[in-house]
Design a protein around this ligand. Structure first.
Ligand code: SF4
Length: 261
């Protein structure tokens, strides 16, 4: 599943789509490059079209295209002036960025060379050496922490979380200068129990370089895409958490972590 090909501007990767002028995927105005393919299979995933590694078709819509580093950078460069004035830049998202390590690293390296701020959104599910190889080119890492319990993580995300937690601990000790932000999606009935949130809070309290913890409410935005792809949506009928639910969950996390947003 991992592409270990050569490195260079003509290196190809599988891209789902590129969104310009995003304000939700890092600081300032950002161009978000969504890569296609993810080793996880989170049951609440809002981008099911990003999970499979190959090109998919649903009716008239084609999900995924092969692009070279240079083709992606041509799009990224278009908004260079906006990055400079807003503190924005390029964000690599997924799917899973670390599942195409050479392509991702080459893109990040190219952006750094051109003075473009870089961020990644990742599950951290990858070999430690892959994380290490990308870190020098990452300015901000947004890392998802979904569940602490290995059996629940396996049940709801399709893989165990040992590798993810290990990468967080190792990254916390890294000498590379990047910002570490942990994101917790709050999924009612999955990770919103007091016991699970306490485990998450305790673990994050040990991550000294974590800048803040971001609690994100579950949402249903991807549910139509499941239908288009002819796949069942496991959480059909699940409603997003209320503001009160979010506030109560935040309070539990704040027992351990001072900066929760
Ligand atoms: S890690 Fe992200 S992209 Fe992958 S399945 Fe989970 S929610 Fe979807």
């Amino acid at each position: 599943m991992i592409n270990r090909d050569y490195e260079g501007k003509d290196k190809e990767g599988m891209v789902l789509r590129i969104e310009r002028s995003s304000i939700h995927d890092g600081d300032g105005f950002r161009t978000v490059v969504f890569l296609k393919g993810c080793p996880l299979n989170c049951q609440w995933c809002s981008t099911p079209e990003s999970q499979k590694f190959g090109i998919e078709q649903a009716g008239d819509i084609i999900y995924g295209q092969k692009m070279t580093v240079e083709e992606v950078m041509k799009v990224v460069r278009k908004d260079a002036a906006f990055y400079f004035h807003s503190g924005g830049g390029m964000t690599l998202s997924g799917g899973e960025v670390l599942a195409q390590p050479v392509f991702s690293r080459t893109l990040l390296k190219e952006a750094c060379t051109e003075g473009i701020n870089t961020a990644v959104e990742t599950s951290f599910f990858a070999e430690e050496k892959i994380v290490d190889s990308l870190l020098p080119y990452i300015m901000t890492a947004y890392v998802d922490l979904k569940l602490m319990s290995p059996d629940l993580h396996q049940k709801y995300c399709g893989v165990e979380n040992g590798r993810i937690l290990n990468n967080m601990v190792k990254t916390n000790q890294s000498k590379e200068k990047f910002r570490l932000i942990i994101r917790v999606p709050l999924i009612p009935g999955v990770n919103d129990s007091e016991m699970e949130l306490c485990k998450i809070g305790k673990f994050c309290a040990g991550l000294k370089r974590m800048e803040y913890l971001q609690l994100l409410p579950y949402h249903r935005l991807g549910s139509d895409t499941y239908r288009k792809l002819g796949r069942p949506y496991a959480f059909d009928g699940l409603m997003p958490p209320t503001e009160e639910h979010m506030a109560a969950s935040r309070k539990i996390l704040e027992r351990y972590v001072s900066h929760v947003i």
